[in-house]
Design a protein around this ligand. Structure first.
Ligand SMILES: [Fe+2]
Length: 293
């Protein structure tokens, strides 16, 4: 696939860190017309109390209002398993279209079974406004952005490229963080390696924006690097690490990892494009399937 890369375009990026889930949401701005997209917005949950709030999303809304931006897209890099999406909340306040990779249908099929969803839960991606295929383009104001299919962490993962800024989702972490796990249902370490190579094939100067950072070694939280830095320094895939070595390492490491705290609420909400599931009587309600994942 030949992607329409254009690193002569430099959108502004403002980032918002969520300390509860170590997620970074980004606002990417096309400065000529003040159009913007939000990548991976987070909805707050106190899981123990079953309480949803919107402080993180409200911060993003305040930024968009303050700078008089027009929200055109709400981009999910994938179905997150560690935080809930605030895309519908942002859409209700500011408009914009919610987009995700077309392989969402695979994820919906898998977890529709896990959560024993009935036939009213559609597994065709219709909860989203746009399903991206590999190489699809879309406009943010006058910038033509594109999506690259990067499966491995999950089947629906996409990296979104806007001029010289790429939003890598959970394909890569900062060079000292390495890569994301590949052991969720539908994940695959070999596929993840191949997807990472697609990202590393972008121009060296491409700015890469992370979805997560866990501050290894106690350093400050960071979320921006470049292709050149990842190729040189990434502790899992840098310096030309082979596919076989990566797969061996990734499988051994993943076998030691606990499930994320918020995986059960996250999947139920995010596979519905961020809309809360409903229980009996139509009230918002989550399920806890036992021994299912
Ligand atoms: Fe993820």
């Amino acid at each position: 696939m030949k992607y329409p890369v254009d690193i002569s375009v430099h959108p502004a990026v403002e980032s918002f860190f969520d300390p509860q889930t170590n997620t970074i949401s980004h606002v990417v701005v096309e400065q000529k017309t003040n159009a913007c997209a939000v990548v991976d917005p987070v909805m707050d949950i106190d899981y123990a109390a079953g309480r949803i709030t919107y402080d993180h999303a409200d911060e993003i809304i305040a930024y968009i209002h303050k700078h008089d931006l027009k929200l055109e897209w709400l981009i999910e890099t994938h179905v997150h398993a560690d935080h809930l999406s605030a895309a519908p909340y942002l859409q209700s306040k500011l408009g914009g279209l919610i987009g995700i990779g077309e392989q969402i249908t695979v994820v919906q099929d898998t977890f529709g079974k896990v959560f024993n969803e009935g036939t009213e839960f559609q597994r065709d991606g219709s909860q989203f406004d746009r399903l991206f295929k590999d190489g699809d383009t879309y406009q943010i104001g006058e910038i033509t952005a594109f999506a690259m299919h990067t499966p491995g962490h999950t089947p629906a993962c996409m990296v979104h490229v806007v001029g010289d800024a790429a939003f890598v989702g959970d394909t890569l972490f900062m060079p000292d963080g390495g890569s994301a796990r590949a052991d969720f249902p539908g994940g695959d370490a070999g596929q993840l390696y191949d997807s990472i190579q697609k990202v590393l094939a972008l121009p060296d100067e491409m700015r890469l924006f992370m979805c997560h950072d866990y501050a290894p070694g106690g350093r400050d939280i960071m979320w921006e690097t470049t292709v050149a830095e990842e190729k040189a320094e990434n502790i899992h895939v840098g310096k030309g690490t082979s596919r076989a070595k990566f797969i061996r390492f990734r499988k051994a490491r993943d076998a030691t990892l606990q499930m994320p705290n918020l995986i059960l609420p996250s999947l139920q909400v995010n596979m519905r494009a961020g809309v809360l599931p409903k229980g009996d009587g139509g009230k918002p309600m989550l399920k806890v399937p036992l021994n299912a994942i």
